[in-house]
Design a binder for this molecule. Structure first.
Ligand code: IDP
Ligand code: MG
Length: 139
């Protein structure tokens, strides 16, 4: 398993608010290289499966509705220490708690509509990347 890759989604609010280019620029500027990239929209079934770990949480329905509400950008990113460094770059889940200069501090609307996803482990990065991309789409 590649330990130097992570998976991200630019969420519907980021695309809707025209932050796609600025966020991708920040990601590349922070030293990540893009190994797969697509603009797509999650189906209800895909969003439910992707966030199945949160199925019992009170915000699950809201989360699935939001994540299917418009297009997202999905991407696989490569860098040394990719998972941890990307979580640092995006900041805390709630933008109110996110450090200055992080993607969520700059661009997230709220704890729910928080602009960007980042995998939380190497194992989940590999699973999430494979969920969104076929082998031929990954470089
Ligand atoms: P993370 O994205 O920082 O890893 P998680 O706890 O894994 O945060 O939650 C997944 C996603 O669920 C969050 O990014 C956010 O969009 C949504 N979410 C988390 N907590 C809440 C909440 O309290 N209210 C509404 N949505 C939430
Ligand atoms: Mg998470």
């Amino acid at each position: 398993m590649a330990t130097n890759r992570t998976f991200t989604m630019l969420k519907p609010d980021a695309i809707e608010n025209d932050h796609m280019g600025k966020i991708i620029d920040m990601i590349i500027g922070a030293g990540f290289s893009i190994k797969a990239l697509k603009l797509t929209q999650l189906t209800d079934a895909q969003a439910k499966e992707f966030y199945a770990v949160h199925a019992e949480r009170p915000f699950y329905g809201e989360l699935v509705e939001y994540m299917t509400s418009g297009p997202i950008v999905a991407a696989i990113l490569e860098k040394d220490n990719a998972v941890e460094d990307f979580r640092t770059l995006i900041g805390a889940t709630n933008p109110a708690d996110a450090a200055e200069g992080t993607i969520r501090k700059l661009y997230a609307e709220s704890i729910g509509r928080n602009a960007v996803h980042g995998s939380d482990s190497d194992e989940n990065a590999a699973l999430e990347g494979a969920f969104h991309f076929s082998a031929a789409e990954v470089f």
